[in-house]
Design a protein around this ligand. Structure first.
Ligand code: UDP
Length: 371
C-alpha cells in the first residue's frame, strides 16, 4: 500500500496519545489529528496566575495498575495529591467518601462497631434486596440517611433522571469504609502531574506529528488516504453518521470565576453540593490540586447539562437502550477492519484515566500481535 503513515490517529486525548507513543516506539509512523485547538482531550490543563486550571473538569489520576503507573512515570512526576472531597448539605460540611468521619458527623457514632450497627439499622429491609436500579443500590449499600442526604439529590441532578431510572453500577464507584480515612480512592497510586496534564501528554507525543484544529469527519477520504490504518477516538455514532441513532450523553457546563486577592475560597479542591435545590454539583478550586501559590484563586461551578449532538459529550449514559445501540455500532465497526475504535467516546465507556491508558496499551499489543 505504501501510504505515508502506518496509523492516522483521530483525537489527541489520553487514549490516542498512549497508542501513538507506543506505536512510534515500535517504529510505526503516526499522524494525530485533533478537532480542538489543543492536545490532551478532556484532561487538558493550562496555567494562569501560577495556577494549573483543569479546563474540562477535575481530573485526579489514581490506579492500582502497576503497568500503567510505571508507564506514565516516564512522562511526568505525579505530585502525590490525595483526593478528599467534601460534601455540603444544608450548610453543614461532611467528609467523603463515606467513612467514620461522615458517620460521626451524621449520627455521633465514634467506633466502627457503632457505625456498623447504625448502618445495619439504616439499611433495614433493603439489606437483602437484589438492586434493580441506582436507588435500590444506594439504599442497600448505605441505608436511608446517607442515600437521601448525599446520593439522591446529587445523582438526580448529575444525570438528569430519577435514581430509579439509573443503572446501579454508577454508585458502586463511591467507596464506603469503616475507618477515619478521607482518601476518596482505594488505589495504591494517586496524584496529579506536577506540571499539568497537558505537559504529560506533550511529553508522550514528543517527536510525533500532531495537527490540531482539524475535524476528521469533514474530510475523511483525504485523511484516510494518508495511512494504512485509522484509530478513531471520537464518538462512534458520529463516525457512522448517526445512521442507527444517536447515543445519549450527559454534558457539563463549567462556570469559572476568578476571585482576585482571595487566597483561599473553600479550603479544599473539591466541594460537592449535594442538595437537589443547588443547581450545580460541585465547586472546584483549582489551586489546591497542585498546591499552587497565588494571591488569587479560580473556582469553577460544575453544572450538569443535557446533551444534544454538537454539545460536549462527557458521561456516556450506559443504560440498556444506549448500550444496545452502542453494540449495534460496534457490530458495524467490525466490518471495517482497518479502523480501530478507542477511548471513552469510541468505546462509549465511563472510563477512568488509568483504564484508558490500560485499554490503549492492550490495543497496541493486540495490533502488533495480529501483524
Ligand atoms: N455521587 C453521589 N454523591 C456524591 C458524589 C457522587 O451521589 O457526593 C454519585 C453520583 O451518582 C455520581 C457517582 O456517584 O455520578 C460517581 O461519582 P464520582 O465523583 O466518582 O464521579 P465523577 O463525576 O467524578 O466521574
Amino acid at each position: 500500500m505504501n501510504k505515508k503513515y502506518d496509523y492516522l490517529i483521530i483525537g489527541a486525548g489520553l487514549y490516542g496519545a498512549t497508542f501513538a507513543q507506543q506505536m512510534t516506539q515500535m517504529g510505526k509512523k503516526c499522524l494525530i489529528i485533533e478537532k480542538r485547538d489543543h492536545i490532551a482531550g478532556n484532561i487538558y490543563t493550562k496555567e494562569s496566575h501560577n495556577i494549573q486550571i483543569h479546563q474540562y473538569g477535575a481530573h485526579i489520576f489514581h490506579t492500582d495498575n502497576e503497568e500503567v503507573w510505571n508507564y506514565l512515570q516516564q512522562f511526568t512526576v505525579f505530585n502525590g495529591y490525595i483526593n478528599s472531597p467534601l460534601a455540603r448539605y444544608e450548610g453543614k460540611v461532611y467528609n467523603l467518601p463515606f467513612n467514620m468521619n461522615t458517620f460521626n458527623s451524621l449520627w455521633g457514632v465514634t467506633t466502627p462497631e457503632e457505625a456498623k450497627l447504625k448502618i445495619a439499622e439504616q439499611r433495614g429491609e433493603y439489606a437483602d434486596i437484589d438492586p434493580k436500579n441506582l436507588e435500590e443500590q444506594g439504599l442497600k449499600l448505605c441505608g436511608k440517611d446517607i442515600y437521601y442526604t448525599f446520593i439522591k439529590g446529587y445523582t438526580e441532578k448529575q444525570w438528569g433522571r430519577l435514581a430509579t431510572e439509573l443503572p446501579s453500577f454508577i454508585i458502586k464507584r463511591i467507596p464506603f469504609r469503616f475507618t477515619y480515612d478521607n482518601n476518596y480512592f482505594n488505589d495504591r497510586y494517586q496524584g496529579i502531574p506536577s506540571d499539568g496534564y497537558t505537559q504529560l501528554v506533550a511529553n508522550m507525543l514528543e517527536g510525533i506529528e500532531v495537527r490540531t484544529g482539524i475535524d476528521y469527519l469533514e474530510d475523511r477520504a483525504q485523511w484516510d488516504a494518508l495511512a494504512d490504518k485509522v484509530l478513531y477516538t471520537g464518538c462512534i455514532d458520529a463516525f457512522f453518521g448517526y445512521k442507527l441513532g444517536t447515543l445519549e450523553y450527559r454534558s457539563l457546563r463549567f462556570e469559572n470565576e476568578w476571585l482576585m486577592d482571595v487566597e483561599d475560597f473553600q479550603g479544599n479542591a473539591v466541594v460537592n453540593y449535594n442538595e437537589a435545590k443547588v443547581p450545580f454539583t460541585r465547586i472546584i478550586e483549582h489551586k489546591h490540586f497542585n498546591k499552587n501559590q497565588s494571591p488569587h484563586t479560580l473556582i469553577t461551578r460544575e453544572y450538569p447539562a443535557n446533551f444534544s449532538v454538537g454539545d460536549e459529550p462527557y458521561y456516556p449514559i450506559n443504560d440498556g437502550p444506549n448500550n444496545k445501540l452502542y453494540h449495534a455500532y460496534k457490530e458495524e465497526a467490525a466490518s471495517h477492519p482497518n479502523i480501530l475504535f478507542g477511548g471513552r467516546l469510541g468505546l462509549y465507556a465511563y472510563a477512568d484515566m488509568d483504564d484508558t491508558v490500560a485499554a490503549a496499551l492492550k490495543a497496541v499489543k493486540k495490533e502488533l500481535n495480529n501483524k
